[in-house]
Ligand binder design. Structure first.
Ligand code: PEP
Length: 252
């Protein structure tokens, strides 16, 4: 059985006081939730205060990015060692906004994943096709390449600390969610590829999240699908009540 994981990506939102207000409200609203792993992803400046605020609760913290070195002359960067030190359990790597805006390559993403695992962080590894790629019927090739390159050199043991997030780029922040059928089809494909690389058991154990305009009113349908093990949520994670409702999804 795969434990569902509901993660929020706060992106470039929330000052420290705002982040604390949000996480404290969320903490109250999800206090009774069991059997779902809950993760929030504040900006770097709010990581430490948020990890302090959730101490002892059922919420864990993710950073939204990291650099693949622990120390050195890399002005402006933040390392896996620093994230661990700030109290993070997870780090989001390979988000499409980083791939597109900051031109991150599969190789760079792979280096970050390895560096994060080296500090015992868990990784939410994002993959997904753009609208042009989907329309050109390249979705499966793109997902296969991103998986193979991003997970190059990763062992089955490492894999236990990695969660894949399938985020079709055309569904992120657009209000356009993949249908349950589209998402399930992609998740089943991803699990099939993981099986090719890591074998049946590892693929079955692996959690695959869906991300892309997940909201309180569409989460139940998505979470009812057999290969969807959780969600990565952007916009709707910025309101405690909406995110709490997503955490409390009802899978049919
Ligand atoms: C995301 O940023 O990973 C995301 C899925 O955003 P949204 O839910 O706003 O589409």
């Amino acid at each position: 059985m795969r434990t569902p994981l509901i993660a929020g990506n706060w992106k470039l939102h929330k000052t420290v006081p705002e982040a604390l207000e949000l996480v404290k409200a969320l903490k109250n609203q999800v206090a009774e939730v069991k059997d779902v792993e809950i993760v929030v992803g504040p900006a770097f400046t709010a990581l430490y205060p948020v990890t302090e605020a959730i101490r002892g609760s059922n919420i864990a913290v993710a950073a939204q990015n990291c650099y693949p070195e622990n120390t050195g002359a890399y002005t402006g960067e933040v390392s896996p060692l620093m994230l661990k030190d700030a109290g993070c359990k997870y780090v989001i790597i390979g988000h499409s906004e980083r791939r597109q805006i900051f031109k991150e390559s599969d190789e760079f993403i792979n280096a970050k994943i390895k560096a994060a695992l080296g500090e015992d962080l868990h990784v939410i590894f994002c993959i997904g096709e753009t609208l042009e790629e989907r329309e050109a019927e390249k979705t499966w090739d793109i997902l296969k390449t991103q998986l193979q390159n991003g997970l190059d050199g990763i062992t089955r043991e490492d894999l236990k600390k990695i969660v894949v997030a399938y985020e079709p780029v055309w569904a992120i922040g657009t209000g356009k969610t993949a249908t349950g059928d589209q998402a399930q089809e992609a998740h089943a494909y991803i699990r099939g590829q993981l099986k090719e690389i890591f074998g049946q058991q590892s693929a079955e154990d692996m959690r695959i999240l869906y991300g892309g305009s997940v909201k309180p009113d569409n989460v139940d349908g998505l979470m009812s699908r057999s290969d969807i093990d959780g969600t990565l949520v952007g916009g709707a994670s910025l309101k405690a009540a909406d995110f709490a409702r997503i955490v409390k999804f009802q899978a049919g």
